[in-house]
Design a protein around this ligand. Structure first.
Ligand code: PXP
Length: 250
């Protein structure tokens, strides 16, 4: 059974657009779990553009499945302290850049290695599983393994962009690029499993492209946000999650 982590950041994005109290991501999480989500993913960004500290506190008390906290390591360590305090079942370490629309690229595991190692150890000693969001390449996967991560989340965004370009243009060049990116993910997932880590995947996955990944890459968990929240606006959160869960496990 492939696990589905539903990223509800964009429920909070709508709330923050008016700096008000609705829609509440905590309520969305309840509905996502009723729809079949195995976990809830939220990214507590340094700039607090969507998820707030209050959300993570309440979610840590109410999510029945896995709470996966995405976070970057900051110099002030405020978010790391939150993770150590609230003890989510999983933390996914991601890079963060203030100008970006969404997470761009995977973690650079050559930089701040001591800081990364120390955060991983502290979180794991505190009972939290650590996943690293990385590019699907062998060298980076081996570095994640050396750092002691229990899981990696393979960045599927480059493939997802190539998938869309191939669909929109129909050009052979775009189709080749899409297929190369898929092959890159397939090989990466094999390496992750060979290393004995859990293989997760996320970013840019939609209702339309997800079936191209299933069966091809060996991932046990998908973290999916934008497409589910977008569909939830039309059909409701429970139904939107149910549809994605069905696609993942067909
Ligand atoms: N995984 C990670 C590490 C992310 O940063 C994001 C986006 O917040 C996702 C998965 C979900 O991506 P999307 O919203 O494109 O489904």
């Amino acid at each position: 059974m492939i696990r589905l982590g539903v990223n509800i950041d964009h429920v909070a994005t709508v709330r923050q657009a008016r700096q008000t109290v609705e829609p509440d991501p905590v309520q969305a999480a309840v509905l996502a779990e009723l729809g079949g989500a195995d976990g809830i993913t939220v990214h507590l960004r340094g700039d607090r553009r969507h998820i707030q500290y209050r959300d993570v506190v309440l979610l840590s008390q109410t999510v029945a499945g896995t709470l996966n906290l995405e976070m970057a390591l900051h110099e002030d360590d405020e978010v790391l302290e939150t993770a150590l305090d609230l003890r989510p079942q999983q933390v996914c370490l991601v890079p963060e850049n203030r100008e970006e629309l969404t997470t761009e690229g995977g973690l650079n595991l050559d930089r701040n290695v001591d800081e990364l190692r120390s955060a991983i150890t502290q979180l794991q000693d505190n009972g939290t599983q650590v996943s690293l969001f990385i590019e699907p390449d062998t060298d980076t996967i081996r570095k994640a393994h050396d750092l002691g991560a229990q899981a990696v989340e393979l960045h599927t965004g480059t493939w997802a962009n190539a998938w869309l370009a191939a669909k929109q243009t129909g050009m052979q060049e775009s189709i080749n690029e899409r297929d190369q990116q898929l092959e890159r993910l397939r090989i990466a997932s094999e390496v992750v499993n060979e290393c004995g880590m859990l293989c997760h995947a996320g970013h840019g996955i939609t209702y339309h492209n997800v079936s191209d990944l299933i069966g091809l890459i060996q991932a046990c968990e998908y973290n999916i946000g934008h497409t589910i929240v977008a569909r939830a606006l039309l059909v409701g959160m429970q139904q939107a999650v149910h549809e994605m869960k069905t696609l993942l496990n067909q």
